[in-house]
Design a protein. Structure first.
Lengths: 669, 436
């Protein structure tokens, strides 16, 4: 299209487009700016999060009546009671309504002939899955589009651009589904838990409005970003286009933080007094003890999840491809998506540690319920899942070595890596202290198993998972070296240094794991720091060192994209499914740790479902959620393919594809 | 198995008939023998796959509440269906194989979850009014042991835990490793020693380095062993035993919640029972109910003292709903049965959530049901079991876990007996039993 216009006309068009974008941006962000201002000023007529103005008026009238009756009234102080913040311990005017004291009846808990909690669980989980996906994909797009823009290789630049476009196209259909599921979730709350939702929305009234407006802004920016792709593909406009993606991600992140504040409030309330009355400080309500660690954990989790979903899409397209070009394209797409997902999976356990540390700091009992009490078995499942995720990642990387000329050099060592991974996994999932009934305790003769109880202490488990992560890093380094040989002058020294580094890190890890058996538990916990330090050193030092060694290295042959066994794609599917399942599991754990509280220690759950389900029941519902999500997203994928019929994926058919450069992508949308 | 297949057939026989009809249609309309053979084969595969799906759905709907452990069977059925479809329907092969693989993974994980020991978190502990003041020290100590460990004699059971939740963090036995909070063995004697600790600052709360100096303004510090125990419970952050503070707080804040506040919320009488147990189990004479309560009143302002109000009882499990002295109508109404059940002869008892209670007729049949796993041998035993342990047998087409499981704590023996007698006398086709 650009060729039809003279440079002058093109310049004018660009100016008009930029102006239009600025106007659109201001228009989209205006509601948010106005809302924030309104919130800062106390949410308009009434105080933010407090009762409606008429209730305040009634209270004032009551106080005035009390004053007339001769009671001890001194100015404003008696008109509005004060309360003490349950978390911040600050005093504030108790302007909100107390948390309702509910009872098991139809008024507080209207119900169908089915467990309301499970209905809400399903609605919530589906919304979360889609929400995570549509928030993660734009972050990928931003990274990939940027990579394309700074790439000097035009073919690569186009390829990255096409990939980013493919990603956002997939998420677009999912986006509307996310909104629909959000609506279903709200209706489920309103109809099944009206008292609880009424209380929560009373506290978060201004935040919820901002959330809704932010969603409008997110939609607007997303549509401009997607539909403006072709119009803004050159020069300054391309940078404007990328900036739209940055804005999109900022808005998306704010959106997620706001939603996180509600669940963080339910777990660790703040900004209210013991009766649950709002004390006038909306920042306290938002900034609860667990808000920040939850935010970080969710961003990383969303990214890993989003990577898994896109990789699964690529795997599906790979397996249903009829041409080598398509297979090459989707092999590459799957590899990029999976790499991004795994890149965020690796720091996820550390974010999890931080979250748990904050949970323990907030309420030790809550931490114990999670890690050593009622929910401890679920963490055994989680450990197994983490092991599965890393094993699958390694399997995929080993399969991927097969599409590289020269990759066969490493095949003979893989059996040793398998050995380390399996032993590491077995150690990692061995429990030490487990929850048992008195009869089980009696049968076992104590809280520790006579054989296994000697193992499974924290330092050994840390040793197990660190060995697994280190092995994964090694697999990745081998993959990077698959078709390359370092030619730098110090390559021999580099190889020896890297080898020694890995060996020393592994010895340090195992030695500390064993040493943990000879010292008290409270000292043992401290061993995790040097263990993790060893693993992170391998990741942060050895990976860049390897890249430095491979710079300008000798290529043994091309990467034959598309020439990978189909079973590798099932590894990707496995990864995506397992991650979806783990996300459901961890969400269930986070939610059920509140036990019989809607809002921890403030609003009690008096419904017939104020108990914690068995692990098996939870596992079945999680499986249902996972499969429901995947069936529906398959439908979304299918819709995506309808829109992609026009795209012709071009690429070399018979010739080998140059390493890291092909296949050729489509050139128009 | 036969029952499962029959339920599957009942669920989807019209679809199966349609598929068979399609098979007949192909036989009649397709002339090309090769195409006819292929169409016939694929339709037969389709019929098989559809039946597998029906089995899966039937199993899922039937066992969702009754026997969740059997739910992975559904996933295995669907996995098999997906792989069979993937093999024989080439145009959707990739989709079905991927779907089958996902179902397989989900089935494996569900199976794993069901294979692990099943622990279910119970309902919140009911609020029960006890007259602690009139109890002997031994009775009071027993109640204390119940509050701490969940039962009399449970203090020696590792892992036993009661409403107070103390063993989550504290050790109670000599030499027991207590990492999260101090071991409370011999605490009455050691409490006096703690008062002399340089960081305790007896009678000089302002000199403390803790974030919270005293329980409330003017409460001061403890001056004797019992007051030390009371202060530790009511204001754990007023003095933190070295090494047991919140990590990073340099022992200025305790991780322990205030015991009279949520989530534990012990009342003064319960606290007196807990403390009494700590004395009596050491063979030490307790200061007595009044002295213990007075020590807590020093550190807990009147407005903060939890009491079992009527509202609490209603919302949280509460006291007895009925005691058996009521008329039959009031008895059932008070117990809440009419909200869910239709009870012949009881005014206003027209609930539809649970089954209609013709128990004189129903009970003998249900005890003979193949799915009945309870222990009752007679009609009255069955009714009693249904009230006290509603999940022992769940009537077909009604979900489990709808009926509260704590009626044993809410009905007196007399009330339960009166309810059982009436329901046992309800037989279809016979006159209604007499009412009071």
């Amino acid at each position: 299209m650009g060729r039809l216009f003279t440079p002058m006309t093109r310049g004018k068009k660009r100016f008009s487009a930029v102006t239009a974008l600025i106007v659109a941006g201001v228009f989209l962000t205006l509601p948010i700016i106005l809302s924030v201002t309104a919130m800062a000023g106390g949410g308009g007529g009434g105080s933010a999060g407090g009762p409606p103005p008429e209730v305040l008026e009634q209270r004032k009238a009551a106080a005035a009546a009390a004053a007339e009756a001769g009671e001890s009234v001194e100015g404003e102080a008696v008109k509005i009671e004060t309360g003490r913040d349950v978390y911040y311990k600050t005093e504030g005017p108790a302007i909100g309504m107390p948390a309702p004291i509910t009872a098991d009846n139809e008024t507080f808990y209207p119900r169908y002939n089915f467990e309301s909690r499970v209905l809400l669980w399903v609605a919530n989980q589906q919304h979360l899955y889609y929400g995570s996906f549509v928030l993660a994909v734009p972050i990928f797009c931003m990274c990939i589009e940027f990579a394309g823009m700074i790439s000097k290789d035009k073919a690569m630049a186009k390829k990255y651009d096409q990939l980013a476009y493919d990603f956002i196209r997939i998420s677009l259909t999912a986006y509307s589904l996310t909104a629909i599921l959000g609506g279903i979730l709200i209706f489920t709350f309103l109809t099944l838990y009206p008292a609880f939702f009424g209380y929560l929305s009373g506290i978060f009234r201004p935040v919820m409005h901002i959330y809704a407006l932010t969603f409008v802004a997110e939609s607007g920016v997303l549509y401009i970003y997607y539909y403006g792709w072709d119009k803004m593909r050159e020069g300054v406009l391309k940078w404007v286009h990328l900036s739209m993606c940055v804005i999109l991600n900022v808005i998306g992140t704010v959106l997620m933080f706001l939603a996180n504040s509600w669940i963080a409030f339910m777990m660790s309330p703040a900004g209210v007094d013991e009766q649950g009355r709002y004390l006038g400080n909306i920042w306290h309500v938002l900034h609860t003890a667990l808000w920040n660690p939850l935010n970080v954990h969710r961003i990383l989790g969303n990214m890993a999840f989003g990577g898994g979903v896109v990789a699964a899409y690529a795997a599906y397209r790979f397996l249903s491809s009829n041409t080598d070009e398509e297979r090459a394209h989707y092999d590459w797409m799957g590899y990029i998506a999976m790499s991004l997902g795994v890149a965020f999976l690796i720091p996820l356990p550390f974010a999890g540690y931080w979250l748990m540390r904050e949970v323990y700091a907030y309420r030790q009992q809550m931490g114990i319920t999670l890690m050593g009490g009622l929910l401890a078995w679920l963490f055994i499942i989680q450990a197994t899942m983490i092991g599965i995720l890393f094993l699958t990642t390694n399997y995929y990387l080993w399969q991927a070595l097969g599409r590289m000329t020269g990759g066969e050099r490493f095949q003979k060592y893989i059996k040793y890596l398998v050995f380390i991974l399996v032993v590491g996994l077995l150690v990692f999932i061995t429990p030490h202290t487990i929850v048992m009934s008195p009869a089980e305790l009696k049968a076992m003769g104590g809280q520790q198993h006579p054989v296994l109880g000697n193992y499974g202490v924290m330092s050994a488990k840390n040793g197990g998972i660190n060995a697994i992560i280190m092995t994964t890093i090694l697999s990745f380094i081998w993959y990077q070296r698959g078709n390359k040989v370092p030619t730098v002058s110090w390559s021999k020294f580099g190889n020896i240094f890297m080898g020694c580094f890995f060996v020393v890190a592994q010895i340090n890890n195992i030695a500390l794991a064993v040493y943990g058996y000879f010292i008290p538990a409270n000292v043992r916990i401290g061993l995790s720091v040097p263990q993790v330090a060893g693993t992170l050193s391998c990741l942060l030092l050895m990976t860049p060192l390897n890249l430095a060694m491979l710079k300008g290295g000798r290529q043994l042959g091309p990467i034959r994209w598309g020439q990978i066994p189909p079973r590798s794609q099932y590894a990707i599917i496995m990864l995506a499914t397992a991650f979806t399942w783990m996300m459901g599991l961890m969400g269930y754990i986070r939610s059920s740790v509140r036990l019989f509280w809607h809002v921890n220690e403030v609003m009690r759950d008096n419904s017939p479902w104020a108990y914690t389900h068995t692990i098996g029941f939870a596992a079945n519902v999680i499986s249902f959620n996972v499969l429901f999500f995947w069936i529906s997203i398959m439908f979304v994928f299918w819709l995506g393919t309808l829109g992609a019929k026009k795209v012709v994926i071009k690429g070399p058919v018979s010739e080998p594809i140059p390493a890291g450069a092909s296949p050729q992508p489509a050139t128009s949308h | 198995m036969v029952e499962l297949l029959a339920r599957a057939w009942d669920l989807g026989w019209p679809i199966m008939v349609m598929l068979v009809g399609l098979l007949v249609y192909f036989q009649a309309t397709i002339k090309d023998p090769e195409r006819k053979k292929r169409a016939t084969f694929q339709t037969l595969i389709g019929i098989l796959c559809m039946f597998l799906v029906l089995i899966a759905v039937s199993n899922y709907t039937h066992n969702f509440e009754n026997d969740p452990g059997k739910l992975p069977i559904s996933l295995v059925m669907i996995t098999s269906m997906a792989f069979i479809m993937g093999l024989y329907f080439v145009n959707i092969s990739a989709l079905m194989k991927i779907g089958g693989f996902m179902f397989f993974v989900a089935a494996a994980l569900s199976g794993y979850g069901n294979w692990l020991p099943q622990v279910e978190g119970g309902f919140p502990p009911p609020v029960v009014k006890l007259d602690f003041q009139s109890m002997s020290p031994q009775q009071l100590g027993d109640e204390g042991e119940k509050i701490i460990f969940g039962g009399i004699g449970q203090s020696k059971t590792q892992g036993a835990i009661g409403k107070g939740q103390c063993p989550l963090c504290h050790g109670f036995q000599k030499g027991f490793l207590s990492e999260r909070a101090p071991n409370l063995f011999n605490i009455p004697a050691r409490a006096s020693e703690q008062l002399k600790a340089p960081t305790y600052h007896m009678n000089d709360a302002a000199a403390r380095n803790t974030e919270q100096k005293e329980s409330f303004e003017g409460s001061g510090t403890a001056t004797n062993a019992q007051e030390y125990i009371a202060e530790s419970h009511a204001c754990p952050s007023c003095f933190v035993v070295p090494g047991f503070g919140v990590k990073g707080s340099n022992d200025t804040v305790s991780p322990m919640p205030r015991i009279h506040k949520p989530p534990i919320s012990l009342q003064l009488g319960e606290l007196a029972a807990v403390d009494t147990w700590m004395y009596t189990r050491e063979g030490v004479e307790s200061p007595g109910y009044d002295a213990i309560v007075a020590s807590y009143e020093k550190f807990i302002p009147e407005a903060d003292r939890p009491v079992a109000t009527e509202g609490d009882e209603e919302g949280k499990g509460g006291n007895m709903l009925v005691d058996g002295s009521e008329s039959h109508d009031d008895l059932f109404m008070g117990a809440g049965c009419p909200a869910c059940h239709t009870i012949p002869g009881i005014e206003g008892a027209t609930g539809k959530v649970g089954p209609e209670l013709w128990e004189g007729t129903n009970a003998p049949k249900r005890m003979k049901d193949a799915g009945y796993a309870g222990k009752a041998k007679t009609t009255k035993e069955y009714i009693t079991e249904s009230i006290l342990d509603p999940s022992a047998y769940v009537v077909t087409d009604f979900p489990d876990n709808q009926m509260p499981k704590d009626f044993g704590l809410k009905l007196t023996g007399g009330a339960l007996s009166k309810i059982v007698d009436y329901l046992a006398a309800l037989e279809e086709g016979k006159p209604l039993p007499a009412k009071e």
